[in-house]
Design a protein around this ligand. Structure first.
Ligand SMILES: [Zn+2]
Ligand SMILES: [Zn+2]
Length: 351
């Protein structure tokens, strides 16, 4: 089973063909997030360069799904992570990818190589442990059984969403995406990410993720002027000076899915969680789970907005740092998966 990944779109794709691999130059990772940067990446499989109608080019890589997964799990997490974490990640990344192959997220390829889909950063961060985790879980996916014995049952491969850190409680589907209930994405109280130590973090996070500190509990403070400028730039709307930001609706974890932004020229209610994170930060706020404290800054004669928040990412599904801690505490990958995805079980796809 081959998967097609759109790695990069640029005015002109620069690459170097090696014997069994190729190197793509200036691949952008973490697009729009706080770890946004470019790097050269090396890939296995085949390279196709597509010419787009707007004059740009897109590099599309095709390779076997299982080989793709070895790279994904060592891009999402460090390949030196505990084996049970890598195995759990192989199962969820495989389940998610199979669903994306059935209904692609992009025109002309199944998935992109960045955080929008799953990180796929080529061979550089991969090692034999990542290969072992994928081999030992070969073909395994997470499934959810719907229906009953009377009406008949239907087995569905789970759309396994995940993110870096829940901050203490995970979120439900509808806070982040469509207004539906996804039975295996429940709000779970997660004690694990809160007690992860420095040593485990060094082991499980890749270099650029280690630059992010205090993701479980964080704080950001803006002056009214700063916030007004950020919102104007990110939304393209002139709100005037922001006078208030009011959480109207929260999901099960506390993540805000409806936020009222009040300005001197314009007022608007926005959602869901990702839009809120994008509009309230120069890059992207760690999460939409935060409280707002407005106070008068007498030195500058302006208002300050202090956001006190929890977690890193949308919060629905598996908490990567919590799962890493579970593995470090001796839990198996089966236990990790059933903790974060309620009512699911492992199944093997026929290839
Ligand atoms: Zn994508
Ligand atoms: Zn957690």
């Amino acid at each position: 089973m081959n998967i097609r990944i759109g790695i990069l779109t640029a005015p002109k794709i620069e690459f170097e063909q090696r014997e069994n691999t190729f190197i793509l130059k200036n691949v952008r990772i973490g697009i729009g997030f706080h770890w946004d940067r470019t790097e050269d990446q090396e890939f296995a499989g085949t390279l196709e360069i597509r010419n787009n109608p707007d004059g740009t080019q897109t590099a599309i890589n095709t390779l076997d799904l299982e080989d793709y997964l070895c790279s994904v799990i060592s891009s999402e997490m460090n390949a030196n992570s505990p084996m049970e974490l890598l195995k759990a990640h192989a199962v969820i990344s495989r389940s998610w990818a199979i669903r994306a192959m059935q209904s692609p997220n992009h025109e002309g390829f199944h998935v992109c190589g960045d955080d929008h889909c799953q990180r796929y950063e080529g061979l550089r961060r991969m090692n034999e442990r990542a290969v072992q985790a994928v081999r030992e879980t070969a073909g395994q996916v997470l499934v959810y059984v719907q229906g009953d014995n009377v009406q008949g049952t239907k087995e569905e491969i789970c759309d396994c969403r995940y993110y870096k850190c829940c901050g203490g409680r995970s979120e439900v589907w509808r806070t982040c995406w469509e207004d539906i209930d996804v039975p295996y994405i429940q709000s779970v109280e997660c004690p694990y990410c809160g007690r992860v130590g420095e040593r485990t973090l060094r082991l499980v996070l890749n270099d650029y993720d280690r630059e992010t500190k205090d993701f479980h509990d964080w704080q950001v403070t803006y002056t009214a002027e700063e916030l007004s400028e950020i919102i104007r730039t990110k939304s393209g709307i002139d709100f005037g000076t922001i006078t208030d930001i009011i959480p109207l609706k929260r999901g099960a974890s506390g993540r805000i899915c409806e936020l009222k932004i009040v300005g001197t020229k314009h007022t608007e209610i926005i959602g869901k969680e990702l839009k809120i994170r994008l509009w309230l930060s120069r890059s992207c706020l760690y999460s939409s789970w935060f409280d707002v404290k407005k106070s008068f800054n007498s030195q500058l004669s302006t208002f300050n907005f202090q956001l006190t928040g929890h977690g890193w990412g949308h919060g629905a599904g598996l908490c990567q740092i919590g799962a890493a801690q579970m593995a470090a505490e001796g839990h198996s990958y089966e236990e990790i998966l059933s903790f974060y995805y309620a009512g699911t079980r492992l199944s093997t796809t026929t290839r």
